[in-house]
Design a protein around this ligand. Structure first.
Ligand SMILES: *Cc1c(COP(=O)(O)O)cnc(C)c1O
Length: 427
């Protein structure tokens, strides 16, 4: 949602919410999330068994994972806590895809206990998997095409040849052969080479690449593939001039490639999976913050009560996030500001040289597209505490789905009682 008019709340409503829940907070729109998920599933309804495994890392809140589960999504996990979230919301076994890398042994064990589909990042992980979890009935491998595939500039993952993920093409043949010999009977193939990609052709190309590979591997090894997983990475329009990916058009193009390569190749049925995170929740979440200072030095600064610990993308990637000054949606944008947080890092800026309406202390500011890789990337540097998460439910009411951190949380892992520091404990 990259325009002031896209907001799912108006000034009066957010003012009332902010009176009840102090800013900063993240707020998500259940209706938007559900409708978007339904649209994705409708677009791919031609593909029997289509599933989007929501990348839990994008927004690891059980309420949101639950909502997406109700809309037919699975969960894509890459760590023990993410597996636990999926377990707690009752995600059925194979609705969990465990796509990790550099994986600790215990995580294979947990994924296996949950009955998750394990998607191996490397051929050398096979012995670790066998030792800790046994040989599963179903296996998937992550493919890294390396020099065989170039991805676009601006892609967060970057050039596949420089990326740490996945197996080479030659390794894939060995990997599936080994798993077949060890007794695995169901097979999938995965790749993820795009991130925040707005060009649908990238995904159509990826589908074609995986379909070809399925043909080649199954021909050579005599195995049948049950699914391909195109990964996540469908982008969202952060900037006002950007357009959302035409999901129906993307699905139609993949369908054509499917007909040509899979149906005509005699490889049907082959399920199509994706593991989008960003496009599932990103546009439906806002970081809401209050202007607490105006500063006039060499530039004009607006200091807000949120900081980079609540939304790291602008500071980390120089990412653009649209900003709406609540109640001033239609005012002239004739002031140039840096909108900043309080971290002692000069990259703690939500916007640089942004044209906005005149901002006064106390104004409520909504930072758009913070529903994925937003709160999730939060951290405690500089003693900053992560904010609360709110959900605006279908009936318009608002509930808190994660409380804000307190100093008690911040100190929970510290021990002030040691003898040398005894005086601290007494304070
Ligand atoms: C991060 C990640 C995703 C989700 O990416 P989005 O850009 O949020 O869609 C999916 N799969 C894997 C393996 C990932 O690492």
């Amino acid at each position: 949602m990259n325009n002031d008019s896209d907001l799912f709340f108006g000034y009066d409503e957010i003012k009332e919410i902010a009176d009840r829940y102090p800013t900063p907070f993240h707020i998500y729109d259940e209706k938007g999330i559900r409708e978007n998920a339904r649209r994705l599933y409708r677009a791919f309804s031609w593909s029997k068994g289509f599933m989007n495994y929501f990348a839990v890392k994008a927004c690891p809140n059980p309420y949101l994972v639950q909502i997406l589960k109700q809309e037919g999504c699975g969960a894509d996990c890459s760590s023990f806590p993410e597996l636990l979230i999926s377990e707690k919301v009752g995600m059925p076994g194979e609705s969990i895809m465990f796509t990790s890398n550099d994986t600790p042994a215990g995580e294979y064990k947990k994924a296996s206990e949950l009955g998750a589909i394990i998607n191996l990042d490397d051929i050398t992980h096979i012995p670790s998997l066998e030792k800790n979890a046994g040989i599963p009935e179903v296996i998937s491998f992550r493919y890294n095409p390396g020099p065989l595939r170039k991805t676009g500039a601006g892609n967060v993952i970057g050039n596949p040849e420089q990326s740490k993920y996945g197996l080479t093409k030659e390794q894939l043949f060995d990997a599936y052969r080994i798993m077949k010999e060890k007794g695995t009977v169901r097979f999938g193939l995965h790749t993820m080479i795009a991130s925040n990609e707005l060009n649908p052709d990238a995904f159509v190309e990826t589908a074609g690449m995986l379909f070809d590979l399925v043909m080649e591997i199954s021909g050579k090894l005599g195995i049948t593939f049950e699914f391909v997983n195109l990964g996540g990475g469908i982008g969202i329009p952060y900037r006002p001039e950007q357009k959302a990916v035409d999901i129906e058009g993307l699905s139609e193009s993949i369908r054509e490639v499917y007909r040509e390569k899979i149906e005509h190749g005699g490889l049907a049925p082959l399920k199509i999976f994706m593991e989008n995170g960003r496009m599932m929740t990103g546009p439906f979440g806002y970081l809401v913050t209050t202007a607490i200072h105006e500063k006039h030095i060499y530039k004009e600064y607006i200091g807000v009560d949120a900081c980079m610990a609540n939304l790291m993308r602008p500071g980390m990637y120089g990412a653009y996030h649209h900003i709406t000054v609540m109640g001033k949606e239609n005012a002239t944008k004739d002031h140039k500001y840096d909108v900043v947080g309080s971290l002692c890092e000069n990259n703690d800026k939500f916007a640089i040289d942004r044209m906005l309406p005149e901002i006064k202390t106390g104004d409520i500011i909504a930072i758009h597209n913070a529903g994925a890789h937003g709160h999730a990337m939060g951290f405690n540097y500089n003693g900053k505490l992560r904010s609360a998460e709110l959900l605006r439910k279908m009936d318009g009411s608002v509930m808190m789905i994660r409380r804000a951190e307190t100093t008690k949380d911040y100190f929970a892992t510290l021990d002030f009682s040691g003898s040398e520091y005894g005086s601290l404990a007494k304070q």
